[in-house]
Design a protein around this ligand. Structure first.
Ligand code: MBD
Ligand code: FE
Length: 304
């Protein structure tokens, strides 16, 4: 079938069995997606067997809760970031800390701490890391009482809540910046995440001839009154997958230096006899602006 016949078919479908106006936005989106799927079936000569394999694959991925993992894996979540960057540039918003993908592993409701937090519950192995910095507005002024939500994986690349073997909210906190706009936390160094072996995402990536690894990273939501919500991550520079992330989350400006601190007094203050890692990273916010699409959009998220 050619494009014209497919469009005519879609019009007939749209005009059959009508009970009311429906939702015009949903109608437009569904029409476009179904039309594009039909065109792809034509262009690629997708067989009936391939079609049903694909449909079953998606249903199965949904049942296994992996759709939110396939989306970053095929680059769609990074694509949405790039579109948001474009929309902001068009609205005259430039600079600031780059955004990058949220991923599927945020959990709402983490304990709130003022100024300085410890993220690990003390039972986990892993190397000690201390990270801190300032949340600033577009003029460079510090923002007191900004909210820094942080979450990351443990030494095995696993996230609490999804990994039931970890304590509740392990490696997850909401930190409020102090009077000088500073946040700070101690934790254990994360290790890169890998998609569950044998899962839907893994099956797809194998067919694509790609791996399912991410470099070690730490996630952030940064929010403050009058500022656009920032969703971002920092990546650990020494990770071999730094620029080889299956989810395309690494970006210039999100790879801070990781220093090793072997000062005896600093080590003693943290109750450790080993050198520890130090990361300094500031968050540069953008002012709220009506012309740019909202960044604090809803999406289904876990909550505990
Ligand atoms: C992650 O930890 C993550 O951050 C993303 C984007 C996808 C899968 C796992
Ligand atoms: Fe992650």
């Amino acid at each position: 079938m050619d494009k014209k016949s497919i469009e005519a078919l879609m019009t007939r479908f749209e005009e059959t069995g009508v009970t009311g106006p429906g939702n015009p936005r949903v109608k437009a989106i569904v029409r476009r997606l179904v039309t594009d799927l039909m065109l792809a079936i034509e262009d690629l000569d997708i067989s009936s067997e391939e079609f049903w394999i694909g449909l079953n694959y998606l249903g199965d991925a949904g049942k296994r809760g992996e759709l939110g993992l396939i989306v970053p894996g095929i680059g769609l979540e990074h694509f949405l970031d790039l579109r948001m960057d474009e929309a902001e540039a068009k609205a005259g918003l430039t600079g600031g800390t780059p955004r990058t993908i949220e991923g599927p592993l945020y959990v709402a409701g983490a304990p709130e701490v003022k100024g300085e937090a410890r993220l690990d519950d003390g039972t986990q192995t892993g190397e000690l890391v201390v990270m801190g910095g300032v949340v600033r507005d577009a003029k460079g002024n510090p923002i007191p009482h900004a909210k820094v939500e942080v979450w990351h994986a443990n030494h095995l690349g696993n996230y609490s809540y999804f990994d039931q073997s970890q304590s509740a909210f392990n490696l997850r906190r909401t930190i409020l910046t102090d009077e000088n706009g500073r946040y700070k936390f101690r934790s254990i160094m994360p290790v890169g995440y890998s998609v569950p072996p044998g899962g839907s995402t893994d099956i797809l990536l194998q067919q694509l001839g790609r791996h399912g690894h991410r470099p070690a990273h730490i996630h952030f939501f940064v929010t403050a009154e009058g500022q656009r919500k920032l969703t971002t991550q920092i990546n650990i520079e020494s990770d071999p997958h730094l620029w080889d992330d299956f989810a395309f989350g690494t970006r210039e400006g999100l790879v801070p230096p990781v220093k090793t601190n072997s000062d005896a007094a600093a080590m003693a203050a943290l109750g450790t006899d080993k050198p520890f890692y130090e990361i300094e990273f500031n968050f540069d916010m953008q002012p709220a602006k009506a012309e740019a699409p909202v960044t604090d959009f809803d999406r289904p998220r876990a909550a505990a």
